[in-house]
Design a protein around this ligand. Sequence first.
Ligand code: HSE
Length: 426
Amino acid sequence: MAINNKIKIGLIGLGTVGSGVYKTLRSFDNIEVVKIAVRNKNKKRNIEGLDESIITDNAYDVVNEPEIQIVAELIGGTEPAFDLIKTAIKNGKHIVTANKELLAKHGEELFNFAEANNKVVLYEAAIAGGIPLIMPIKTILAGNKISKIKAILNGTTNYILTKMDLQGASYEDVLKEAQELGYAETDPTGDVEGFDAAYKITTLATIAFGKRIKFENVYREGITKIRPEDMKAAREMGYKIKLIASAELDEAGRADVRVHPMLVPVTKTLAHIDYVTNAVTLTGHPVGEVTLSGPGAGEFPTASSVVGDILAIVSELGKTNYLLPMMRCNHHENAQPIPISDTKNKYYLSICVKNSVGVIGRIGKACEDNNISLASIVQKGISCDDCAEISVITEICHENDMQKVVEILNNDSSIMKVNSLIRVQV
Ligand code: HSE
């Protein structure tokens, strides 16, 4: 056991993030990493100067080590991460975690448990990697009533959509390329179906609104159905398609939280956030609109947030019995959710029709009959198989009415199919 006055840290996980954290912490003289848990002890790791004697393949060696004061959990997933964190807290350790899934699904239980044991759980790295978000919201923006968040919180999908836009390529082709380059996982479901962004917006909206959002109330759609034709049509009409995580509080204090693709007007900042970059636009009073943008993942950007959290704890250890009060969980009320069916939105539709007399009129009639006003309707010509693709943008209308129109159009004999229905940012 090392005998010195350094603050002792334990790491659970030495993958991409864990390696970045270990390498970054080495330059702090007052901190010592004394134990690191890994899944496979025999794996070759290219970390200069790594002391193999501190590596264990039993993560409970870290959380049960008496001299460790702070545990950084960097393995992700709900179990065994949750049990490890609870054990560490019971053993008197403060926690730093990058685990967005655990926070989204068990945040309430985790923070209650930590508070009951007077320990802090910090998680700057869990949402948008290297972008400082949690600490700014909880400290310098604390005087604000934040009512709206619009964000790009997933780098993998933003990379895919950016490439589809630039190359005119299909989702499948770009996904394959992204997997070959290591930007997308072999099983990309968590990213491309919007789960990753949904975990992140759950926690982000909870702390921004000061009301607990339940993950199961977050509406979610991924990017797998976006077609190059939609990208092109959007571009021609002055939009970019992005996977947007959004959260809004209405005047009655109800929360509309969702993740789905959106046509974002090119006049908005989020339309210009490309490749793996993340960005978050917060609207609050009195600050107005603030956009934070930067690297949402990666070894060193994520390590920056983990190490910042560790240093915040280190700076107060031994000086107070109640560390970092502003960083603790202070929301005990659940937000009443607004189901997607009760929301109002602007929409883009791409409709494949047979070349027949009056088909545009039929689309217009279906919309008129359901209280939907059209902002634009574009047909560029007729294809060689005597079909046409019609792009429609509506004005703001009710989700239920829009879904009724889609059903009517899909049952109309002169309409082949509604190919796409994508919401449009206003
Ligand atoms: N898988 C995430 C992304 C990074 O693609 O942005 C880690 O949260």
